[in-house]
Design a protein around this ligand. Structure first.
Ligand code: GLN
Length: 235
């Protein structure tokens, strides 16, 4: 299994290290042709405007869009989520190229500036059911985006109270159990087909369940592709 990590800027080394812990070699991607050698891609957190400028400079957008269109698994964390969104709003997004594919509206820097970065326990029922471990995950949010709207194909994997609620009744260290699923919550993790997106940074924690979940998406897709090519060759 070859998993690419977009290595233009941001926390790509940390993703490569998390993959290594799970016995998978992350392939650093900086040029369009390198995408041909991988079955999946992680787009790390960082600074989405800078990452977009570098991706434009290296002429990566057409190949990245093609990769998503082909249905190959792609996981965007934080700035990577912004990259994957069909629509983005918030400071400085105007004019910035996005890859698109994920049917959602993302709000850049939703939780405020660098100083408002925080950690929170997120309830992750689906990930915990598939990967085991505790029912919650410690999410690290650094100038994180929030997902304001999702299309019908998008599955919500985690949400947390919006900042205004936070001021009144949110303590990042408390369990989110009472708030999970509230309509006032902002969505912070989603899946749509082979696209996975998280507003927080699993690569900065020791808990590898999100990486392991993504690797299962990759192996399921590779198995589907090989069984359909076997059935084609035997028809
Ligand atoms: N706020 C950043 C952006 O808009 C993303 C932050 C991150 O990836 N940690 O690019």
């Amino acid at each position: 299994m070859a998993v690419g990590v977009l290595a233009l800027q941001g926390s790509f080394n940390e993703h490569v290290a998390a993959l290594r812990k799970l016995g998978v070699k992350g392939v650093e991607i900086r040029k369009p042709e390198q995408l041909q050698s991988v079955n999946a891609l992680i787009i790390p957190g960082g600074e989405s405007t800078t990452m977009a400028k570098l991706a434009e400079y290296h002429n990566l957008f057409p190949a990245l869009r093609e990769f998503v269109k082909m249905g190959k698994p792609v996981w965007g964390t934080c700035a990577g989520l912004i990259f994957l969104a069909n629509n983005a709003t918030g400071q400085k997004v105007g004019g910035q190229e996005l890859i698109g594919g994920l049917d959602c509206m993302v709000h850049r820097n939703f939780f405020g500036s660098q100083l408002q970065s925080f950690e929170a326990e997120l309830l992750i029922p689906k990930i915990a059911a598939e990967e085991g471990g505790p029912p919650s995950f410690r999410g690290i949010f650094i100038r994180a985006p929030g997902i304001l709207e999702v299309g019908p194909e998008v599955e919500v994997l985690a949400d947390i109270p919006t900042p205004s609620q936070k001021a009144v009744n949110f303590s990042p260290n408390e369990s989110q159990e009472e708030n999970a699923g509230s309509e006032n919550n902002v969505i912070v993790a989603v899946k749509q087909g082979n696209l996975l997106a998280t507003a927080f940074h699993p690569e900065l924690t020791a808990d590898t369940r999100w990486h392991s979940y993504f690797l299962k998406m990759v192996s399921d897709t590779s198995e589907d592709a090989s069984s359909s090519s076997i059935s084609q060759s035997t028809e």
